[in-house]
Design a protein around this ligand. Structure first.
Ligand SMILES: CSC[C@H]1O[C@@H](n2cnc3c(O)ncnc32)[C@H](O)[C@@H]1O
Ligand SMILES: [Zn+2]
Length: 455
C-alpha cells in the first residue's frame, strides 16, 4: 500500500445513533479491511445483537448510549482472523513426528497414529485445545477437515467459534467410517443437522486426488451442486503428487478435477505448491479459491505456492495453518508473516505480497473462500461482529508508523486482548471465556502419555 493509502479515512460516518447499542468499543486504530485498506485513527465500533451497526470517528460516538463501553487506548480493532485450513484435533500430535517430508510423515507416522488413537474423545479434546489456541491468537473462524466432524462441531458450538467443517471422504476406511458410502451418509446427516446453524457450515472434504477415486469425486460434484455446498480438498501439495499422477494416469490432478467438474467458485484448493502456468490458468478460469499454508509447506518441505503469480490472475487467496502436527502452531498472525516474507523470496520481489495483502488473505480472502464474506471478514455496518483487539503498547511494537506493519511483521499474536464472535465475547483481556485452559492442558498431557504408551 502506498503512503497516502495509509492515511486515516472516515468509514460510513453516522451523525447519530438513536437507539442504545449493546457494546461500544473505542480504539486507537480501527482496521476495517475495506478497499484501499484504510487505517482509521481514534474510531469506535458499535455493536447490537451481534451485528456491527456503525464504524465511526470516536468524537462522533461519545453520545451513543451503550450497555457496555470499552476504551482500548493502545489497541487496534480489526476483523477476527479466518484460518481457512486445518485439522483441529491434530493438536494432540503436535511435536510427535517432526522433520519428515510429507509422504513419510503421513504414511509412516501420522496415519498409523490416527489408526490407533483417533476416537470421539480424541477429537473432542484435541479440537478443544485447538480452539483455545486459535481464539487466544485472534482467530474467530476456522475451516476444518477431520474425522468425527460432528464432535468438532459440538465443541465449536459450545465455545462459540464460527466454523466450516469439511467432512472427510477417502476411498479407504478410517476410525470415522467404513468407506465412501459411509462418509457421505454421515456427512450429509451432519449437514442436515446444521442447516439452520448460524455459525457452523458443513462442506465436502475429499481428502486429496491421490486418496479419492473418480467415482467418489464425481459423487461429491453431484451432491455439492445439488446442495450448493463448498468443497475443500488438498491439491498439488508436492511435486511427487503431480509426478505420480502423471505416471499413473497421464493427467495432472488439477486437470483431472477440472475434467470431473470439481473445480468451481465453491471449491477451496489447499496448498497448490506444485503448479505450472496452465494449472494456474485452470484454477483461475474456474474461479476456485486457493488456501495457502506456508508454514506447513515449509516444514514438510512440500514446495512453494506461487503466490505472486496467483495474485496476478486475480484468484482469491486465503490463508491456513494446516494442522498443529505439521506447523506446529495455529497462529494466524505468524502465518501472515511467513506468507508475506516467503512470497517475496519465492518471487524475488519484495512487493510480491505486501502487508496489507497478507492481512486481506487472513480476513476477507478467507471469508470469500468460505462463502461468508457477506457476514464477516471486514468491519462494516451490517456485518456480524467478529472482532478482535490487539494491544500494540508492548516494547517490541514501538514505534507504530502503521499498525498494519506491526500486525503482519512483528509477531503480535501474544498481544491479542479481546475477541468477539457474533458479538459474544470469547476472549476478555486475554482470558478465554468459553473454554477451560487448565482442563485442556491436562487432557493433552493424558493423550501424550497414552500415545507414548505410558499408560
Ligand atoms: C480427511 S481427514 C484429514 C486427513 O488429512 C491428513 N493430513 C493432515 N495434514 C495433511 C497434509 O498436509 N496433506 C495431506 N493430508 C494431511 C490428516 O492426518 C488426516 O488423515
Ligand atoms: Zn491439511
Amino acid at each position: 500500500m502506498s503512503a497516502p493509502d495509509r492515511e486515516a479515512t472516515h468509514a460510513n460516518p453516522i451523525d447519530s445513533i438513536e437507539q442504545p447499542v449493546d457494546t461500544l468499543i473505542f480504539a486507537r486504530w480501527v482496521l476495517p479491511v475495506t478497499p484501499g485498506c484504510p487505517v482509521l485513527d481514534n474510531h469506535a465500533v458499535a455493536v447490537t445483537n451481534g451485528t456491527i451497526v456503525a464504524v465511526l470517528p470516536a468524537d462522533r460516538a461519545t453520545n451513543i448510549a451503550a450497555g457496555e463501553v470499552l476504551q482500548l487506548n493502545h489497541q487496534v480493532l480489526m476483523p477476527g482472523l479466518i484460518n481457512a485450513h486445518g485439522h483441529a484435533a491434530m493438536t494432540l500430535f503436535r511435536g510427535m513426528a517432526d522433520d519428515y517430508p510429507l509422504q513419510t510423515w503421513l504414511n509412516e507416522h501420522i496415519w498409523p497414529a490416527e489408526g490407533k488413537h483417533v476416537s470421539e474423545d480424541f477429537v473432542r479434546d484435541g479440537a478443544g485445545l485447538a480452539m483455545a489456541e486459535m481464539i487466544r491468537s485472534g482467530t474467530t473462524t476456522f475451516s476444518d477437515m477431520y474425522f468425527f466432524p460432528e464432535v468438532t462441531a459440538e465443541v465449536a458450538r459450545q465455545c462459540g467459534m464460527r466454523a466450516q467443517l469439511a467432512f472427510p471422504i477417502f476411498d479407504f476406511p478410517s476410525a470415522w467410517g467404513s468407506g465412501p458410502e459411509d462418509y457421505f451418509r454421515k456427512g450429509l446427516a451432519l449437514r442436515d443437522e446444521h442447516k439452520h446453524s448460524e455459525l457452523i457450515n458443513i462442506a465436502f472434504g475429499p481428502h486429496a486426488p491421490y486418496t479419492v477415486g473418480d467415482e467418489a469425486l464425481s459423487k461429491v460434484v453431484t451432491l455439492a451442486a445439488e446442495l450448493d455446498a463448498h468443497i475443500h480438498i488438498h491439491l498439488h501439495e508436492t511435486d511427487h503428487e503431480v509426478e505420480e499422477a502423471l505416471r499413473q494416469t497421464g493427467v495432472r490432478p488439477v486437470q483431472r478435477l477440472a475434467n470431473l467438474g470439481l473445480l468451481g467458485p465453491k471449491t477451496q484448493c489447499v496448498h497448490v505448491c506444485s503448479l505450472n502456468d496452465e494449472d494456474i490458468e485452470t484454477l483461475a478460469s474456474h474461479n476456485s479459491h486457493v488456501v495457502h499454508c506456508p508454514e506447513s509447506n515449509l516444514k514438510l518441505a512440500s514446495g512453494f505456492t506461487p503466490v505472486e503469480k496467483l495474485r496476478a490472475t486475480g484468484i482469491n487467496l486465503a490463508l491456513g495453518t494446516d494442522g498443529a502436527a505439521s506447523n506446529n502452531d495455529l497462529d494466524m498472525f505468524g502465518e501472515m508473516r511467513t506468507a508475506a516474507i516467503l512470497a517475496k523470496a519465492v518471487a524475488a520481489n519484495a512487493a510480491a505480497l505486501p502487508d496489507t495483502a497478507a492481512l486481506e488473505m487472513a480476513t476477507l480472502g478467507g471469508a470469500r473462500a468460505l462463502g461468508i464474506d457477506h457476514l464477516v471478514g471486514s468491519l462494516e455496518a451490517g456485518k456480524q461482529a467478529d472482532i478482535i483487539a490487539v494491544d500494540l503498547s508492548g516494547i517490541a511494537h514501538q514505534p507504530v508508523y502503521t499498525p498494519v506493519s506491526q500486525l503482519v511483521y512483528s509477531q503480535v499474536s501474544h498481544a491479542v486482548r479481546h475477541s468477539w464472535i457474533k458479538g459474544r465475547r470469547v476472549l476478555d483481556n486475554g482470558e478465554l471465556t468459553s473454554l477451560d485452559s487448565r482442563d485442556l492442558i491436562e487432557r493433552a498431557e493424558h493423550w501424550r502419555s497414552a500415545i507414548n504408551g505410558e499408560n
